[in-house]
Design a protein around this ligand. Sequence first.
Ligand code: GAF
Length: 436
Amino acid sequence: MTSAPAAPGDRDRAEPLAAAFTEAYRRPPEGVWHAPGRINVIGEHTDYNDGLVLPFALGRGVSVAAARRDDGVLEVRSLQFAGIRGEARDGGAARAGDSGGSSGPSSRNDGETGLSVPLDGFGPDAVRGWSERERWAAYPVGVAALLRELGIGGASLLFDSDLPWGAGLSSSAALECATALALCDLYGRDDLASDRAGLARLAQRAEHEYVGVPCGLMDQAASLLCTAGHALMLDCRTGLSAQVPLDLPGKGLTLLVVDTGVRHDLAGGDHLPGGGYGRRRAECERAAALLGVPALRDVKDLAAALSRLDDPVLRRRTQHVVTENHRVEATAGLLRAGAETELGAMLTASHLSLRDQYEVSWPEADLTVEAALRAGARGGRMVGGGFGGSVIVLAASGRAEGVRDAITAAYRARGLADPGFLEAVPAPGARRLAPG
Ligand code: GAF
């Protein structure tokens, strides 16, 4: 059994995409799948330190219509990326142009409409030469190449996304997870599709090897393992997870996701080769090695650990990771006690730690949190890898509109473009949309 229960709107998502697939590939798809993006309630930069995270799935994500091919070729097209040179476009569908491009095993790029790769013998080196415009395809192609090693064949895929790309809401993991679930289902591989934790690890591996980003497990696990009405408490060392009920509207609360408009890229940040994300991960590994522990997760006595680290940067990174793990445990405890109204202080403490100790926040994120708190929000923090993307803000529902207006006013006062807003409630994880 590979599909979570259908959710309202599944049909509205599946039907137009199936029609677009039929137009693009001149045959109907065998099915349509969907994988959501996520926000993370708390537990940032803890996953690759073997720590704890508490994300939930958003009601937005990446959908894919798919049909098998018997020639071992993977052909990918996207309603957002096809025909757009060098940049991703958010939201609304940019329809693929001419649908009759070549797709034989020897062709790689069929002009404006997509990309075809023969999966046999395909490896990470082949992706390295791809242009910026083709880069998005490394995510699904990487997943398909790894699944090929497990006996899964080729397919034609058409993607659609209602998740802003680069907003720190895990659009890349959604792309990977939609691909993984679709391919496993198409080839009747319930053994792989039903092991969602295993599939999350495969998608993570694809991102490491084919995209070159040393991400943790959180985003892929959130997309595949989350359920409606719950946050996912995940122990990234053991892979064990638990569903923690999270009823925000029932507690009179609104969680706003604020897209700051600054694009986030895990390969970027700190404006140096390797990017800020990879550098943070390396710093944590160095700190753990100096402290003689397998991972920063294992630091029990923070004060003693800090006194043993000479490098102030490593001290700050350690301080964040150790305290953030405690914040995840405390937050999960509050949720289990039904005390959602108390979450705000945890969120803000996490943000300050990410800003001052981990140094991954960015000016628009700090501005958002400050404006929200001034307007009476209960708390807020940046989410995801940092250096751009989104902020979450928790407010009493009666105050949410005022908080939103105050954030917009703060952006305007600085001459910034208006931020985007989305109200988040825990939605279902990845599933087949059609046939249901
Ligand atoms: C990104 C990564 F992909 C995650 O694995 C995680 O490390 C996160 O940044 C920070 O918590 O989303």
